[in-house]
Design a protein around this ligand. Structure first.
Ligand SMILES: Nc1ncnc2c1ncn2[C@@H]1O[C@H](COP(=O)(O)OP(=O)(O)OP(=O)(O)O)[C@@H](O)[C@H]1O
Ligand SMILES: [Mg+2]
Length: 635
């Protein structure tokens, strides 16, 4: 084959089939019944030969009946064989898809970061079909075709070896002519699979971000992008159509030429008397029968090419190391401290985003992380969730290394309210109890909604808890989405609560209410909180200030305020309005006090001066002999 991808790695293919453990009984029954049907079909020309040779003596009804019975049996057995192979194929594709879906769900976040979700979806939907087509359709058909070829060859050899030799020498010649076209066709088929997967990925990405596309008026750009992929598929489709249309008639014409040649040779032999008409007719019948196996051979090459591309991609996906959710210790998180010790981390091949981060969250403490955008706060949470592994350093839970703790058990005890309020399409009840491993009554759900300040809007919805929310919560507001995710955390009642900007998109009034609820939720459990708003973290037991992936200061609020200039600046920025109001009030009060002081001074002055003034007035009356003394008095 022209390139490595179109070669079927047989051991890979069978390893894949072994892995999915299909119902082989269906395959065996389908193939055996198919083989019997083919065997019966092979007998038909033999009987027909005798039937034809007997025609001059009259119709042999016994033989005619036999041929009829053979036809009926081969139809029934062929149909049964097809059904069993169909069952087998559906079983293969079902098991393969289940296996791939389970794999997709256990893929690690770093792998998912680097692969388009549409491509992974394509493995599950399209590639599994190719494997099924090869295993349940092409392979059995190939087996029966080979049987038909070999059977026909033997029977023909028994009838007339010279004639058979001519036929079987010409057939490889025909194949030789067709092979390059088969090769081209299979290479195109493989490329089409790849292009289809890319288009799949592109379409699902664009539709997932359709709001961004519309608001950025990027529909035209996406139209062009999509068109490029579709054009490629179109061109490949055109090529495939050309190859297929060349293969079809070429095979047909070659077979026709062969039939003509055999017919001519046969008539010549009949004229010589070395062959009967019945034998020639039988030969022709075999040749017609052989058209199907030869077409199957041609298609088989294409099917192998398609399946080999699909198998390689499926194997690649199945070989990806998945998250280990089974092994590890079941450690109860309650009353255990969580420690990050000298952790450095970089995403994939990118630069290091966390440098020597160390902190401890003691049991039931509230630990806050503050810092500029992009400083690495969410990354710390991702490491705690074990979405990624630290490049160096470690995380421990009590005396255990966190990696020794069973992953499912660990995550079951965590409650994460993330930066993007993730909502699944489904009812509100479905979202609130998503992944919950304990029963929750309606009462529990309403209580959680109330605590998350979400009860009112859910109660006002037409079907309340059963109201359907669209994909990504499209028919509720951003704040409502966030309140639902907080309610989900309340329902989950986790041992460690992680809040990443949980109240960021709430209005001040709901934020206040949710904050009060969160304060209750934080009670008696370890809470890690990332917040830009100071009122969320001011009461935290410890605050870590993260700058460019480093902890540049830690302590409680008043300590950091005194000792960390950037924290102080951050704090002051947050309370700017409050400071302005305070300054205004301060100035106003000062002003009032000053006025009062001045007035008071004036009053006291007045009280002090009044008697003198009075006296002055009285003494300076005309005719008062001592008035001259008071003239110099100044007010
Ligand atoms: N999946 C990822 N792959 C590669 N780099 C990433 C990934 N996620 C985050 N980063 C990078 O890591 C750095 C820290 O990102 P992180 O999300 O932890 O910041 P943050 O402090 O939470 O910011 P914000 O306050 O804006 O949420 C950033 O430089 C970011 O570009
Ligand atoms: Mg973040």
């Amino acid at each position: 084959m022209s390139n490595a991808h179109s070669k079927l790695n047989v051991s890979d293919f069978f390893a894949l089939i072994k892995l999915i453990k299909p119902r082989y009984l269906y395959l065996v029954l389908g193939t055996v019944l198919g083989a019997i049907a083919v065997g019966l079909q092979l007998l038909v020309p033999m009987l027909a030969k005798d039937l034809l040779n007997h025609i001059p003596q009259g119709v042999n009804f016994h033989l005619l009946l036999m041929v009829g019975i053979l036809f009926v049996f081969s139809i029934v057995l062929g149909a049964l064989s097809g059904s069993f192979l169909g069952f087998f194929g559906e079983d293969v594709v079902y098991r393969l898809r289940e296996r791939l879906w389970s794999k997709a769900l256990s893929l690690s976040i770093p792998y998912l970061d680097n692969h388009q979700s549409g491509q992974i979806a394509s493995r599950i939907t399209n590639d599994s079909m190719q494997v099924k087509n090869l295993l349940a359709d092409s392979l059995p058909r190939m087996a029966t075709s080979l049987l038909q070829l070999v059977g026909a060859l033997i029977l023909m050899l028994l009838m007339d070896w010279k004639m058979t030799a001519i036929m079987f020498i010409t057939i490889p010649l025909i194949l030789l002519i067709l092979l390059p076209i088969f090769r081209l066709s299979s290479a195109v088929a493989r490329k089409r699979q790849d292009a289809l997967a890319t288009l799949n990925g592109n379409i699902s990405e664009v539709l997932n971000n359709v709001r961004l596309v519309k608001s950025s008026t990027a529909a035209k750009v996406e139209q062009t992008n999509g068109s490029k992929h579709m054009r490629k598929l179109y061109q490949l489709g055109i090529k495939e159509a050309i190859y297929d249309s060349v293969i079809g008639p070429t095979t047909g014409v070659m077979m026709l030429a062969l039939i003509v040649a055999v017919l001519a040779y046969g008539i010549y032999r009949i004229s010589l008397g070395s062959m009967t008409t019945g034998t020639l007719m039988a030969f022709l019948m075999y040749m017609v029968q052989l058209i199907v196996p030869f077409t199957t051979l041609g298609q088989f090459v294409t099917e192998v090419a398609k399946a080999s591309g699909a198998t390689t991609k499926i194997q690649e996906l199945l070989n990806v190391t998945e998250e280990d959710t089974n092994s590890g210790l079941n450690v109860n998180v309650a009353n255990k401290s969580l420690t990050m010790d000298d952790v450095s981390f970089s995403y994939d091949t990118g630069p290091e985003v966390l440098h020597n981060v160390s902190f401890t969250a003691n049991a039931n403490e509230v630990v806050a992380f503050v810092g500029p955008s992009g400083s690495g706060k969410t990354t710390i949470f991702s490491l705690i969730e074990r979405f990624y592994q630290p490049t160096s350093g470690g995380i421990s839970l009590g005396d255990n290394n966190l990696n020794d703790v069973n992953l499912t058990h660990w995550r079951n005890q965590l409650g994460l309210v993330g930066q993007s309020a993730n909502i699944m399409s489904g009812s509100i009840r479905y979202n609130l109890t998503y992944g919950l491993n304990k029963p929750a009554t309606d009462e529990d759900l309403w209580q959680a909604l109330e605590l998350a300040s979400a009860k009112e809007f859910v109660a006002a919805m037409p079907d309340q808890l059963d109201t359907y929310i669209g994909e990504n919560g499209t028919n509720i507001s951003g704040g409502q989405r966030q309140r639902l995710t907080i309610a989900r955390a309340f329902v989950r009642d986790p041992k460690i609560l992680m809040l990443d900007e949980a109240t960021a998109s709430l209005d001040p009034e709901s934020e206040q209410m949710v904050q009060t609820a969160l304060n209750k939720l934080m009670h008696k459990r370890t809470t890690l909180v990332i917040a830009h708003r100071i009122n969320t973290i001011i009461d935290a037991d410890k605050i870590y200030f993260i700058e460019n992936g480093r902890i540049s200061g830690s302590g409680n609020h008043s300590y950091l305020l005194k000792h960390h200039p950037l924290y102080r600046q951050y704090f002051e920025n947050q309370i700017k309005k409050a400071i302005r109001l305070f300054r205004f009030l301060n100035n106003a009060i000062r002003f009032i006090i000053n006025i009062i002081i001045i007035m008071k001074a004036q009053l006291s002055l007045d009280l002090f001066l009044f008697p003198r003034f009075y006296r002055y007035c009285m003494w300076n009356r005309p005719g008062n002999p001592i008035s001259t003394k008071m003239v110099e008095y100044r007010f």
